[in-house]
Design a protein around this ligand. Structure first.
Ligand code: CP
Length: 314
């Protein structure tokens, strides 16, 4: 049985991107593949793109779709083994996951990081709980540490827009008034380390991502230097990893501007705060790929679901 929990579940990124691009050409070509099967989308957090694109991808493959806003409509779940449930939680993941699995063939889950307990966040209690007890394929629609559907869509978008075999790609931190998770930056980094590119991460000191994820990636603290000769600039805010979940610097000078971007293509996963993360002049220019990225979320989800359906057989 196949799960899609992280970018590391992709055996060949180039092949998956190629197959996703083919699905984009003929989205309904495998309409019979999901016939008689159901996917359940469970949202513990808000979404626009992930919800609509995953639903669209499932529909293109002939799957029935059930959607539940678990965070606001479901029972508060307990994850600890042997816990005495006399406090705030009403249902154990053991029962909840097995019950969900009775109603569907695949479950996709969005469950963000709390940013208050690094150990619990990294244990991925929701996703791993479903993986352990649901006994059906699990798809990560953004968890505490990763957003692999977004990163796959980003890989498709770069493949469609690159003009050289080894582009320079910069992941640049930007200021944000709230503490945001590391999931998008983590999966984007993991995805970039799987392909040919001159990849640079730039951020103020104190915003180093998990070194187990960045591995050999180049880190440049001088944003202007990092942006020199860039082909793609991916902008994203994240909170501190070392001082877990804290906003240690809100330096507005890190906002992306047209002047700093020069001739590079601009990327962001959305939603984006205009004139905080990036100025209007960038988003409203033809250098911005953000709408294409959002469109490619469908084909990223579709190639993942197609491979899972193939692994399930008829
Ligand atoms: N990029 C992304 O995952 O968008 P949503 O949070 O709207 O799903």
């Amino acid at each position: 049985m196949m799960h899609y929990l992280s970018i590391q579940d992709i055996d060949s990124l180039a092949q998956w991107v190629k197959e996703a691009k083919a699905l984009k050409e003929s989205p309904k070509a495998f309409k019979k593949l999901g016939k008689g099967k159901t996917i359940c989308l469970l949202f513990f957090n808000n979404s626009l793109r992930t919800r609509l694109s995953t639903q669209k991808a499932a529909s293109n493959l002939g799957l029935e779709v059930m959607v539940m806003n678990f965070g606001s409509e479901g029972w508060a779940l307990e994850y600890e083994d042997g816990s005495i449930m006399d406090q705030g939680t009403s249902e154990h993941i053991k029962e909840a996951a097995q019950v969900v699995a009775q109603f569907c063939d695949i479950v996709a889950i969005r469950a963000f990081a709390s940013l208050s307990d690094k150990e619990k966040d990294e244990a991925e209690l929701v996703i791993n709980g479903f993986k352990k007890y649901a006994t059906i394929p699990v798809v990560n629609m953004e968890s505490s540490v990763g957003h692999p559907l977004q990163a796959l869509a980003d890989a498709i978008t770069m493949a469609e827009n690159k003009t050289k075999e080894r582009p320079k790609v910069v992941l640049s931190w930007a200021p944000h008034p709230k503490a945001l998770p590391h999931a998008v930056a983590n999966s984007f980094t993991e995805m970039m380390l799987k392909q040919e590119a001159d990849f640079v991460i730039t951020h103020p000191k104190g915003y180093e991502l998990n070194p187990e994820i960045t591995k050999e990636a180049k880190i440049e603290y001088d944003q202007n230097k990092a942006l020199e000769n860039a082909d793609f600039v991916y902008v994203k805010n994240w909170s501190s990893y070392a001082d877990y979940g804290k906003v240690v610097n809100q330096d507005k000078n890190w906002m992306m501007t047209k002047e700093k971007l020069r001739n590079a293509k601009f990327m962001h996963c959305l939603p984006v705060r205009r004139n905080v993360i990036v100025e209007d002049a960038v988003l409203d220019s033809d250098q911005s790929l953000v709408i294409e990225q959002a469109n490619n979320r469908t084909y990223a989800a579709q190639i993942v679901l197609k491979k899972i359906l193939n692994s399930l057989g008829s």
